[in-house]
Design a protein around this ligand. Structure first.
Ligand SMILES: [Fe+2]
Length: 356
C-alpha cells in the first residue's frame, strides 16, 4: 500500500467567485478563501483548490486551455514509499522536489501530477439499509433524513488521454496502480493500491469522436452515502440555478454496470467538465479479477434518460475476464497517431458522453 487516493485537485479557473458559489452549493466545505484562491476540504481530508489562470502555483506550461483540473495530487502513506515512487518516476520523466516535500512531474500523456505525504482521515457516515419484499433490515425505521448533500471523499478523477493504455501503464509502473476494468476502446480504470474504491482514475480515449485530441480534464467524482444524498444534491443544485444544459448531464441519475456506481453529473461553470455525485460503487481489493467490456454493455445498468446509443434491447451481454489483459492489444500504440474507432464506438456523439 502506498498511494491512498487523491489528496487534492488543483483547478485553474477564470471566474473564482462563480466557482466558489458552485462548489459551496454542491456541498463542499470552504476551508480557506482569499482574493486569489479558495480551498475546500472534504471529511476524508482531500482538498479541492481553485487558482485563477496565470497563478504561479499552477503547472507551467498549462496542460490544456480553459478551466479544469490542472494538477492531480496523490496522497502517499509513508516517506519511504514517497521516495521510492519519486525514484521510479525519475527513471522516465523529470521529477522536482518542492521544499514542502511535494514531488512533481508531468506524465508522458501531458498530465501534471504531484505526490505528497497524506494523513488520510477515516470518514464517519452511514447509509440507510435497503429493504426488499423478502428482507427488511430497516423494519419499522424510516430512511435517514438529510438537509443537504455533504460529499465525503474524492473517489476518482477522469482525463482524456491520447494513449489511454500507456497512461494507465505509467501509473502502474511507477505508482503501483491496479488494473480494474477496461471498457474496450473507451477507457481503462485504475485503482490506487491504498484504496478500495473501484477506481481512482479513469482515462478516456482521445480517439473517440466525442473527445479532444489531447490530454484534458473530464470530470471528478465525490463519494456520497446513498441514492438519497445523490438526488438531494441534484435537487438542491437545480434549485440554486445550476441547471444542466447538455444531454451529457441531463441524462439524469444513472447506474453504471462497470463499478455498479450510481451517479449524477453537474456541469462545473466555465465549461470545466463535470462534478459527479457518486454512491454505492463496488469496493474491491487485490482479489478483483479485471474485466474487459463492450462499452455499451459496461456503461449502463440503467439510466433515467439513457443517451441514444445505449437504448434498445439489442446490446450484447459482452464481458470477459481479462487477467492477462489481452484486451489491451488492439488499442496499444507503438507509434503516435489515432487508432480509428470501430463499430458503435465510431458513432458516439456528444449526447452519449453521459454514460462513458
Ligand atoms: Fe465518474
Amino acid at each position: 500500500m502506498a498511494v491512498l487516493g487523491v489528496e487534492s485537485v488543483v483547478f485553474g479557473v477564470s471566474d473564482l467567485a462563480e466557482q466558489v458559489r458552485f462548489w459551496v452549493d454542491f456541498g463542499l466545505v470552504l476551508s480557506a478563501h482569499g482574493d486569489d484562491e479558495a480551498e475546500f476540504r472534504l471529511p476524508s481530508g482531500s482538498r479541492l483548490i481553485l487558482y485563477r489562470h496565470g497563478d504561479t502555483r499552477l503547472p507551467l506550461p498549462d496542460p490544456f486551455a480553459g478551466d479544469g483540473v490542472k494538477e492531480t495530487v496523490w496522497g502517499v502513506d509513508t516517506a519511504a514509499n514517497l521516495e521510492a515512487i519519486a525514484k521510479s518516476l525519475a527513471t522516465e520523466v523529470a521529477v522536482t522536489n518542492a521544499p514542502d516535500g511535494t514531488v512533481r512531474c508531468v506524465c508522458p500523456d501531458g498530465q501534471p501530477i504531484a505526490l505528497r505525504l497524506w494523513d488520510k482521515r477515516a470518514v464517519v457516515c452511514e447509509a440507510s439499509p435497503v429493504n426488499t419484499p423478502g428482507n427488511h433490515p430497516r423494519f419499522n425505521q424510516h430512511r435517514i433524513w438529510r438537509a443537504r448533500a455533504l460529499p465525503k471523499t474524492i473517489n476518482h478523477v477522469v482525463f482524456f488521454s491520447p494513449d489511454y493504455i500507456a497512461s494507465y501503464e505509467f501509473y502502474e509502473r511507477h505508482m503501483g496502480f491496479r488494473y480494474v476494468d477496461h471498457s474496450r476502446g473507451t477507457g481503462v480504470f485504475g485503482r490506487a493500491d491504498g484504496t478500495n474504491e473501484h477506481h481512482s482514475i479513469f482515462w478516456v480515449n482521445c480517439d473517440l469522436p466525442i473527445a479532444p485530441d489531447h490530454f484534458k480534464f473530464m470530470h471528478i467524482a465525490f463519494g456520497c452515502d446513498d441514492i438519497d444524498e445523490v438526488m438531494l444534491g441534484a435537487n438542491i443544485m437545480e434549485a440554486k440555478g445550476w441547471k444542466n444544459t447538455t444531454m451529457n448531464t441531463s441524462g439524469g441519475i444513472s447506474r453504471h454496470r462497470i463499478s455498479s456506481a450510481i451517479y449524477y453529473y453537474c456541469e462545473i461553470p466555465g465549461d470545466a467538465g463535470e462534478a459527479e455525485y457518486h454512491a454505492d460503487s463496488d469496493y474491491i481489493d487485490d482479489n478483483w479479477v479485471p474485466r474487459a467490456w463492450d462499452f455499451r454493455f459496461g456503461s449502463l445498468l440503467w439510466s433515467n434518460n439513457a443517451p441514444p446509443i445505449f437504448r434498445g434491447d439489442n446490446i450484447p451481454w459482452d464481458m470477459q475476464f481479462d487477467a492477462t489483459r489481452a484486451s489491451f492489444a488492439p488499442f496499444r500504440k507503438t507509434t503516435p497517431g489515432k487508432i480509428a474507432p470501430e463499430g458503435k464506438l465510431a458513432q458516439l456523439t456528444a449526447e452519449d458522453e453521459h454514460a462513458i
